[in-house]
Design a protein around this ligand. Structure first.
Ligand code: ZN
Length: 178
């Protein structure tokens, strides 16, 4: 590739890699494209994402070398479990998972996109098929709730009313440890 073409290529990759946040590392699994800027944030997310015993049994079967591998393996397992809980197995399910340092980063990204101030520790963007989550506040329940939203979103062709969407996400959060 010529130097010029390479520059153009780089520029395009940046333009397509998501508005508003400078994305650093990116890695894919079956269901997830993981994005994070900072290895410490990745580590904190991984430490806070404690699986239940039943769920963690499944991670041992997977090839896990790096922290990112572990995060992706755990997230895929949670996604499969939430699909079972909701009894919804959408085709072509794939989401982006963006790790942010803390609640104020989540608020900053949300404000940039929607112009509103919120105090979410995580949210799922329907238009971007993306979960934004504060590594600081991550837990199995918080991630399962947002994954619940994403599965409901992929499953229905006509979007259910907001309250029903929320109800199903809460159901996923509650029963992920069953
Ligand atoms: Zn919700």
């Amino acid at each position: 590739m010529s130097k010029f073409l390479f520059t153009v290529f780089l520029l395009c990759s940046c333009l397509f890699s998501g508005a508003g946040i400078a994305l650093g590392q990116e890695q894919k699994s079956r269901y997830v494209t993981l994005s994070y800027n900072d290895r410490e944030v990745l580590q904190e997310f991984n430490d806070n994402l404690q699986l239940s015993r039943k769920l963690s049994y499944n991670t041992r079967k997977k090839n896990v070398v790096t922290v990112a591998d572990e995060v992706l393996a755990k997230t895929d397992i949670i996604i499969e479990k939430v699909q079972i809980v909701l009894d919804m197995f959408p085709n072509n399910y794939h989401i982006r998972l963006v790790l942010l340092a803390d609640e104020s980063d989540v608020a900053r990204v949300y404000k940039q996109k929607y112009g509103k101030r919120v105090d979410h520790i995580a949210y799922y963007s329907l238009s971007e098929k993306t979960i934004y989550i504060s590594a600081d506040d991550t837990s199995l329940r918080v991630l399962s709730h947002e994954i619940g939203h994403s599965i409901v979103d992929h499953y229905f062709q006509v979007r259910p009313p907001y309250n029903i969407h929320e109800l199903m996400a809460r159901f996923a959060e509650k029963h992920v440890t069953d």
